[in-house]
Design a protein around this ligand. Structure first.
Ligand code: PLP
Length: 415
């Protein structure tokens, strides 16, 4: 059954019928490729974005791409590094100086949390959070291992788990304002469960996990010896007091935690492909092997730029995003689309159930009839919702919200 781990009979049948068995030049039958990978579709978000691009005048609120440019002090650091010909193979996990700077950044109260105590040799610099998540899960999973994913969730988690022959187990949070309930979590755990993925603030909801949710997860980790992969890429973009990171609140579990961070969102560095992992030594040691086999290291001349980024405050971007969050929530309320008030990141995830449309129908019609692109909730495992990104310019956001209000009022009259 290797390659079909965790799939039901129907899924296996469907996959078999799609298996790409063909004949090579020598006339020999070609064997099928990785079945788990073949079962995955390319990202739904990008498909919607392509549809939006083909629609003249459409405003895309579909991608998690900050409209800001990378601050110039960060860009200058890479120029200086190139002028100094810092173009040779660097240490796999990042230079000592960079890993020391990341460890200090994580434990400093103004940029991290004093309870996040990692030594430089417990830090691995990665090609964004994407590589970090992939190598972390590769290091954890054996075929058939289950990973609990509080849902709605960023679709990359499911794709990575499946492509490593693991089994994603969704934990529905939609009826609990996107919080984690201890009983619902226990119901997802089996003897194959290896890990849970946490994302707070969340993509796609913008919600942060409250103390009760974090404690429920901690209890599960302690009880069953599970790992938590904490995707903290939005931890610098939080708009309310009282936010706590799981790895800080439950630092007593550090031997079971993998903390993932990224430069993409707080410093508008999506194109640089920089991020990092912090994990206790025995875990970091295994992940470091996967990192070495996958990318070897991030580019040498980007490392000083990451070090420079750590000294740049995302305060101004956060102020702007918070204003956009407030305008977005007010507009959605006025449209009569219920939304759990996002406390961080730059997404809102309103319910569209009162329109009577599926989320795909809603998004396709919004592109065609209103010239606004959103992402269907099904891309995050939650029908009946859509994701709206407010990391676009003020003028685009205001115009898009205006168009959306008109569109919603039309379909609600139709309904
Ligand atoms: N994790 C979450 C929750 C995200 O939203 C994203 C990107 O949108 C990533 C990880 C990937 O980030 P990176 O650009 O660092 O690969």
């Amino acid at each position: 059954m290797l390659g079909y781990a965790g799939m039901g009979l129907e899924e296996i049948g469907a996959l078999e019928s799609r298996r790409d068995v063909g004949f090579g030049k020598a006339g020999l039958m070609r064997k099928a490729m990785n079945a788990a990978l073949m079962s995955l579709e390319p990202s739904g978000i990008r498909r919607i974005n392509a549809l939006a691009r083909d629609t003249p005048g459409c405003i895309a609120l579909a991608l998690g791409e900050p409209e800001f440019d990378t601050p110039s002090s960060i860009c200058s650091a890479v120029v200086t590094a190139l002028e100094a010909r810092d173009t040779h193979y660097p240490p796999n996990n990042g230079t000592e100086s960079l890993r020391e700077a990341i460890a200090a950044y994580m434990r400093h109260p103004s940029t991290g949390d004093a309870r996040l105590r990692y030594d430089p040799d417990e830090v691995i610099v990665t090609a964004g959070a994407t590589e970090a998540l992939s190598v972390a899960l590769a290091a954890l999973l054996d075929p058939g291992d289950e990973v609990v994913i509080p849902t709605p969730a960023f679709s990359l988690y499911e794709s990575i788990v499946r492509s490593h022959h693991g089994v994603p187990v969704p934990l529905d949070t939609t009826r609990r304002a996107f919080q984690i309930d201890a009983q619902a979590l226990s119901a997802c755990v089996t003897d194959r469960t290896k890990a849970i993925v946490l994302c707070s603030p969340s993509n796609p909801t913008g919600c942060v996990l409250d103390a009760a949710s974090l404690d429920a997860v901690a209890e599960a980790l302690a009880r069953w010896g599970l790992y938590a992969v904490c995707d903290d890429v939005y931890n610098r973009l939080v708009y309310e007091e009282g936010f706590e990171r799981f790895a800080a609140r439950h630092s007593e579990l550090r031997g079971q935690l993998i903390v993932v961070d990224s430069c993409s969102k707080p410093w508008a560095m999506t194109g640089w492909r920089l991020g990092w992992i912090a994990a206790a030594r025995p875990i970091a040691r295994e992940i470091a092997k996967m990192h070495q086999f996958t990318v070897s290291s991030v580019p040498s001349f980007e490392m000083p730029a990451l070090e420079a980024a750590l000294t740049v405050s995302p305060c101004e971007m956060r102020r702007v995003y918070r204003g956009r969050r407030d305008r977005t929530v007010a507009a959605l309320n006025a449209m009569g689309l219920p939304v759990v008030r996002p406390q961080g990141a730059f997404y809102a995830f309103p319910s569209i159930s009162r329109t009577g449309l599926t989320s795909i129908e809603f998004c396709e019609r919004a592109i065609r009839e209103a010239g606004v692109a959103l992402v269907p909730g099904t891309c995050f495992g939650a029908e009946g919702h859509v994701r709206l990104s407010y990391c676009v310019s003020d003028s685009d956001l205001d115009e898009a919200l205006h168009r959306l209000a008109r569109f919603v009022s039309t379909i609600c009259v139709e309904g």
